[in-house]
Design a protein around this ligand. Structure first.
Ligand SMILES: Cc1cc2nc3c(=O)[nH]c(=O)nc-3n(C[C@H](O)[C@H](O)[C@H](O)COP(=O)(O)OP(=O)(O)OC[C@H]3O[C@@H](n4cnc5c(N)ncnc54)[C@H](O)[C@@H]3O)c2cc1C
Length: 597
């Protein structure tokens, strides 16, 4: 049974990131650090009471297409009604828009719990939040008045409609058309893979659709964004959009993945969001927070996988513990957690989860500061940090969840491979996270192309400076025992290696981008391991200080130290391997002939 990691989330948010600082800004004046504890406890209650019990049901029964519409798995409709009645959709919506105005850092912590408990279910409201953001940013007052109140309350859900059969990673190939019809538009075309494109959990679905206005330029510069309701807001007449089928897929069976046909008859009525031909820009704003959320899906499922493996390892009896056999010739039945390799696997999972969690919450906080700080320069710097880190959070956490969930299956042995224990579902559900919302390669292209090469490495250097300064400040607090000092040195060296490689990539990549793009994914992974590691080690410094100051929370603090110690020995060693690939691996890719593959 999944248990929300409320304590670690509070440690990172409160002791490490000091989210309470946000309450000094006008933007988050209503927020206080104390709120985190009560919100996370409530989120845990909802997760364990409502979401978790439906997780296996959603997987087993799945969503079903019927001629009358898509039906979600038993229990999903009631759970969604409760989600809305409890006011959860309002959590991170600004107070001025009728929401609770919580910072993204807190919303992301809540999402981690929910994705872990039932990712297939939470995808629906997560997409709704993205749609609300796009409308808030670019909708006209009239459009906002017609759609936003019910979308914000969660009575209506939202979707993102980008993908078409010929337009996946490359949205320049979108063919869905929009033709003017008075003050509105008529939409024609087919979208595929649309998450919760149709379902029975809410009374209306508001699609945000990328389409090309007749006569618009080709490529991404000719894409516009439209709001297309499933049912018209006034009177509820059905719009000309229908779900033709849903996909059979590896995981997230509870989440319907829909093929949507627009305009089989007279054209689906749509309303332009913002200006013509600026659709992708608006989508990008929405994508930033969606990408962070998908990274958090990877973290939630990693945490779930770790917990599944831990509880299995604590009860499964197999083999003899080496030390005990040597010491006493004992035949006592040990649990597998005592075997060095099982311990290694669990430490590998736990340390990776905690580093990914710290990085995602840190990135979310930068986004909050980027919105809230009064000083323009500081605001810009915080936003630049968020922009740099979001592709790293997305790419690294969603690649790593595959490794973490696979390790969890390994800890279960054969019982992991069969469905009964539930860990196989975690592995299957996790696989999509590195694919949708931009594959890992697309995140890495963004990191290298938009973030690193474009500013000649300035944001990356600033980020690395911040990390070094943070480590120095922690070390200066004086709590650092030799053990912690060794961690500080290890992570500091890794940060400097990343700085040198980033400079080298800029030098090689500006004249010959293929040199950089050939190793962009290893570079992204390296960034994740190193920056995530720096944050984990920062947590270890804090834990060491607390212990030195006589903290009564000895078990938790000692565990933080143990986890960081393992991370430095194992994951930073992986980072050095990746560094070698970034430094020397491009030529063997660039010179390779694809005909020989
Ligand atoms: C379950 C599910 C839910 C989804 N939900 C939604 C949704 O709600 N809304 C929506 O619009 N879409 C959704 N999608 C679509 C999803 O976003 C796309 O599948 C994804 O963007 C990848 O596009 P593609 O499948 O066409 O793969 P392709 O673009 O064909 O990519 C195939 C491979 O080529 C690589 N590749 C492609 N271009 C490049 C490049 N420039 N550089 C390096 N490598 C490259 C990719 O990394 C990948 O490994 C969903 C998909 C699934 C499976």
């Amino acid at each position: 049974m999944y248990q929300a990691p409320v304590k670690d989330l509070l440690f990172v948010l409160g002791e490490q990131l000091h989210v309470g600082q946000l309450s000094t800004t006008r933007h988050f004046a209503e927020f206080s650090a104390d709120l985190c504890e009560s919100v996370l406890s409530e989120a845990e209650r909802f997760a364990t009471g409502v979401l978790e019990p439906l997780n296996a049901i959603g997987d087993r029964d799945g969503a079903k297409w019927t001629p009358q519409g898509v039906r979600t798995a038993p229990g999903f409709v009631a759970a969604y009604q409760q989600y809305v009645a409890d006011g959860w959709p309002l959590l991170a919506v600004e107070a001025a828009e009728g929401g609770q105005g919580a910072p993204l850092a807190l919303a992301i912590a809540v999402e981690e719990i929910w994705f872990a408990a039932n990712m297939a279910f939470i995808l629906c409201p997560q997409l709704g939040r993205g749609a609300v953001e796009a409308l808030l940013m670019a909708g006209t007052p009239e459009l906002k008045a017609r759609f936003l109140p019910k979308m914000i309350s969660g009575e209506w859900t939202g979707t993102m409609n980008l993908t078409e059969p010929q337009a996946g990673s490359d949205l320049a190939a979108v063919r869905t058309r929009a033709a003017r019809d008075g003050t509105a538009w008529r939409i024609f075309g087919q979208k595929i893979f649309i998450t919760y494109g149709e379902h029975d959990m809410a009374e209306n679905i508001v699609h945000l659709v990328l389409a090309r206005i007749d006569g618009a330029p080709p490529g991404v510069k000719g894409l516009s964004l439209f709001v297309v309701p499933r049912f018209m807001p006034e009177g509820g007449a059905p719009n000309d959009v229908r779900c033709v089928s849903i996909e059979h897929k590896l995981g997230i069976h509870g989440s319907p993945t829909c093929v949507l046909a627009y305009g089989d008859q007279q054209g689906a009525v749509g309303y332009l969001v913002g200006e013509e031909n600026h659709g992708l820009e608006y989508m990008f704003v929405m994508m930033n927070s969606a990408r962070l959320s998908v990274g958090v899906q990877g973290i939630g499922l990693s945490a779930r996988a770790y917990q599944q493996a831990l509880s299995w390892a604590r009860t499964r009896v197999q083999g003899k513990p080496m030390a005990a056999v040597r010491a006493a010739g004992s035949e006592a039945a040990p649990t597998i957690i005592q075997h060095p390799d099982v311990k290694r696997l669990l430490l590998m999972m736990k340390s990776n989860v905690e580093a990914m969690r710290a990085l995602a919450l840190y990135a979310a906080l930068q986004q909050d500061l980027g919105a809230a700080l009064s000083d323009e320069l500081a605001r810009g710097q915080a936003q630049a940090r968020a922009d740099l880190l979001i592709p790293i959070v997305k790419g690294w956490s969603t690649e790593q969840v595959n490794e973490v969930a696979s390790a969890a299956v390994q800890v279960h042995g054969g019982m992991g491979y069969i469905e009964e224990t539930g860990v196989a579902q975690t592995l299957r559900d996790a696989r999509i996270t590195a694919i949708y919302e931009g594959t890992t390669a697309i995140q890495a292209n963004d990191l290298i192309g938009r973030k690193l090469l474009r500013d000649g490495g300035a944001s990356m250097n600033a980020q690395l400076d911040t990390m070094q300064a943070m480590l120095k400040a922690d070390a200066a607090q004086g709590a650092a025992a030799a053990d912690v000092q060794a961690m500080n040195s290890a992570v500091s060296a890794a940060l400097e290696q990343l700085r040198a490689l980033s400079a080298q990539l800029v030098k090689r990549g500006q004249p010959a981008p293929v040199e950089a793009f050939a190793v962009s994914v290893p570079y992204l992974m390296l960034c994740g391991f190193v920056i995530g590691g720096a944050l984990l080690v920062q947590g270890a410094n804090i834990a060491a200080s607390r212990l030195a100051a006589g903290s009564t929370d000895v078990t938790f603090m000692r565990a933080k130290l143990q986890t960081a110690r393992f991370y430095c020995a194992h994951w930073l060693a992986r980072a050095r391997g990746l560094a070698d690939i970034v430094a020397n691996g491009a030529a063997s890719v660039g010179s390779a002939e694809h005909e020989l593959l």
